[in-house]
Ligand binder design. Structure first.
Ligand code: 13P
Length: 336
C-alpha cells in the first residue's frame, strides 16, 4: 500500500462538510447504552440497531465513514446485505475499532493502558479483506490529583504508535485517539496542560515508529473543564483553548482531526466544532467522529417502538449528521 493511497483515504475521511459516525461500541458498552433506554442487549437487537443507523437515507451526504465493532463488520441487514456493501453503496468508508479496551496500568493506581497489540497484524489483514480502510485505537487518560503520570502517557502513546505503524503496513489509515476524559473536578487550564503533554508525547511516538502523518487521522477530545468542576466554559473559550492546544502540538501535515463527543450534549458538541471552524482557516480539516452526540436521540426514539420508530429515528440521525456536517464547515446555525 502506498502512502498516496493511505493519504487519499485519510483525505476522503475528512472531505469538506463530512465526518465520521462512531458505532463501534463494544458489546459491554452497547449494553450500557441499551440498558439506559430499556432495550435487551442481544445480538439481534444490536444488529437491528446498527442496520437502522447504517441504512439512514442520504447518510452519505454528511458522513464519510463509520467505525464498526468486530461483530458489526461481519453482520448484514435483515435482507442479508453485508453492512460493508450498504456502506460502499452510500460512499461511506468502513472503519473498525481494533483495540481490546483498557486495563489497569500495573503500579499506577487509577491509570489505564489500552491493550490489543498481540496478534494485531493478522487481525488487520482480515479486517482489510472484510472491507475496512481505517482503524481506531482509543487510549484513555484520567485527570486526577496525581494523574496522569508520565509513565501512563508514554505507555499509551507507545501503544498508539505501534498500532498506527501496523495499520499503515496493512493498508489501513490509523485513527489515533488519546481521549482525555471530562470526568473530574479539574479546571479548563488543567485540561489544556494535560492535552498538550499527551499530544506532544503521541506525535513523538508516531515519529519514532515511522508513522506517515499524511496517512493518519487524529481523534481528539476537546479542552473543557472537568464535569464536576462547577465551571461552565463558553463555546468560544472551548473552541479557542482547543485550537491553541492543537496548534501547539499537532503537525500541520496531518490531513484531519476529528473530535469525539465524550459526554457533551448533542448541540454542545456541534456548537464547539462549528466555533473552531469559524475561527479558521486552520492547518488541518476539523470534523467530527461522534458516537453519543450522533446517536442518543435516535436510540431514545427507537427504544419507544423498535419496529415502528425506525424511520423517525433515522430522521434524527440524518439531522445530527447534517448539523455536524455544517459545523465541519463553520456554517451551522443553531436550530437549523
Ligand atoms: P463519543 O462521541 O460518544 O465520545 O464516542 C466516540 C468514540 O468513538 C469514543 O471512542
Amino acid at each position: 500500500m502506498s502512502i498516496e493511497q493511505l493519504a487519499d483515504t485519510a483525505r476522503a475521511m475528512v472531505a469538506p462538510g463530512k465526518g465520521i459516525i462512531a458505532i463501534d461500541e463494544s458489546t459491554a458498552t452497547i449494553a450500557k447504552r441499551f440498558e439506559s433506554v430499556g432495550i435487551p442487549n442481544n445480538e439481534e437487537n444490536r444488529r437491528a440497531y446498527r442496520e437502522l443507523l447504517l441504512t439512514t437515507p442520504k447518510l452519505g451526504e454528511y458522513i464519510s465513514g463509520a467505525i464498526l465493532y468486530d461483530e458489526t463488520i461481519r453482520q448484514t441487514t435483515k435482507a442479508g446485505v453485508p453492512f460493508t456493501k450498504v456502506m460502499a453503496e452510500n460512499g461511506i468508508i468502513p472503519g473498525i475499532k481494533v483495540d481490546k479496551g483498557t486495563q489497569a496500568l500495573a503500579g499506577f493506581a487509577g491509570e489505564l493502558v489500552t491493550e490489543g497489540l498481540d496478534g494485531l497484524r493478522a487481525r488487520l489483514e482480515e479486517y482489510y479483506k472484510l472491507g475496512a480502510r481505517f482503524a481506531k485505537w482509543r487510549a484513555v487518560i484520567n485527570i486526577g490529583d496525581d494523574t496522569p503520570s508520565g509513565t501512563c502517557i508514554e505507555a499509551n502513546s507507545h501503544a498508539l504508535a505501534r498500532f498506527a505503524a501496523l495499520c499503515q503496513e496493512q493498508g489501513l489509515v490509523p485513527m489515533v485517539e488519546p481521549e482525555v476524559l471530562m470526568d473530574g473536578d479539574h479546571d479548563i487550564e488543567t485540561s489544556y496542560e494535560v492535552h498538550e503533554v499527551v499530544l506532544r508525547s503521541l506525535f513523538d511516538a508516531l515519529f519514532n515508529q515511522n508513522v506517515m502523518l499524511e496517512g493518519t487521522i487524529l481523534k481528539a477530545s476537546m479542552v473543557v473543564p472537568g464535569k464536576d468542576s462547577g465551571e461552565e466554559a463558553a463555546v468560544e473559550e472551548v473552541a479557542e483553548s482547543t485550537l491553541m492546544c492543537l496548534k501547539s502540538s499537532v503537525p500541520a501535515i496531518l490531513p484531519g482531526i476529528v473530535f469525539l463527543s465524550g459526554g457533551q450534549g448533542d448541540e454542545q458538541a456541534t456548537a464547539h466544532l462549528d466555533a473552531m471552524n469559524r475561527l479558521g482557516p486552520n492547518p488541518w480539516t476539523l470534523s467530527f467522529s461522534y458516537g453519543r452526540a450522533m446517536q442518543s436521540a435516535a436510540l431514545r426514539l427507537w427504544s419507544q417502538d423498535l419496529a415502528g420508530n425506525v424511520g423517525k429515528a433515522q430522521q434524527t440521525v440524518y439531522a445530527r449528521a447534517r448539523a455536524n456536517g455544517l459545523a465541519a464547515l463553520g456554517k451551522w446555525n443553531e436550530g437549523a
